[in-house]
Design a protein around this ligand. Structure first.
Ligand SMILES: [Zn+2]
Length: 231
């Protein structure tokens, strides 16, 4: 499916990050290393004296997507353009290697997600187009991704990440009803039992006072009550 799964890491920043003023570009990079992790990139960038990983996203060859800097923070990935761009880095050395399909699709899903949800007007570019660099390497499928990211970013049914997320929300709307309070939603047959358990302090809500009970839980409590377990 085209769901987007962004792996969150608790980065330890060396200092504070500043907020980015504009988002005119989404810049594509390669790590220039055949195998590396987001943690390694973070270490390398700290060795440069930077606050930490300079990219906003790091995509591994297997298609897993890691968050680097927060979306609204200024990155450190294109000298002179960091206040106007987001950086996505691909694991790999695309001056010589060929990008695996899983990684290409993950980058495209991420682009659809960013364009549809946050920055519809941001232009997708290679690092070399806005900075003095060979990055992301001559073998990086830059033109292919720029032209076809929507097609690669869709799932087998042709759903884009955004459509998929909307569909998922709809499906989630069918989740079982949750009974939180002793209000009109609470079935009459369950009220005496739930009230009894609340009075006894056996059932306590969360910090907002919500009980979070499902229909199955109501049934079990009432059955136990009728069996005399709460007397
Ligand atoms: Zn680059």
């Amino acid at each position: 499916m085209a769901a987007i799964n962004i792996i969150e890491t608790k980065w330890r920043w060396n200092g504070s990050l500043s907020t980015r003023a504009h988002t005119d570009y989404i810049a594509l990079h390669h790590a220039e290393a055949s195998t590396c992790t987001a943690e390694q990139v973070d270490r390398w960038h700290k060795e440069n004296g930077w606050t930490g990983i300079g990219y906003h996203f790091f995509v591994r060859k297997d298609g897993s997507i890691y968050r680097g800097r927060p979306l609204t923070a200024m990155g450190a990935h294109v000298s002179g353009m960091n206040n106007r761009s987001i950086g996505i880095c691909a694991e790999g050395k695309y001056s010589t290697e060929t990008m695996p399909d899983a990684q290409k699709r993950a980058i495209c899903r991420l682009l659809v997600y960013l364009k549809d949800n946050y920055y519809p007007n941001a232009k997708i570019v290679g690092h070399k187009e806005i900075g003095d660099s060979d990055c992301p390497g001559r073998n990086y499928p830059l033109e292919d991704i720029k032209q076809n990211y929507r097609a690669y970013g869709a799932d087998e049914e042709g759903l884009s990440v955004t459509q998929y997320e909307e569909l998922k929300d709809e499906i989630n709307g069918l989740k079982p009803m949750i009974y939180d309070y002793m209000d009109e939603n609470m079935p009459e047959w369950a009220k005496p039992t739930i009230q009894k358990l609340m009075d006894k302090g056996v059932l306590v809500g969360d910090e907002d006072g919500r009980l979070g009970l499902t229909m199955d839980m109501l049934r079990i409590f009432v059955a136990n009550d009728r069996a005399g377990l709460y007397d």
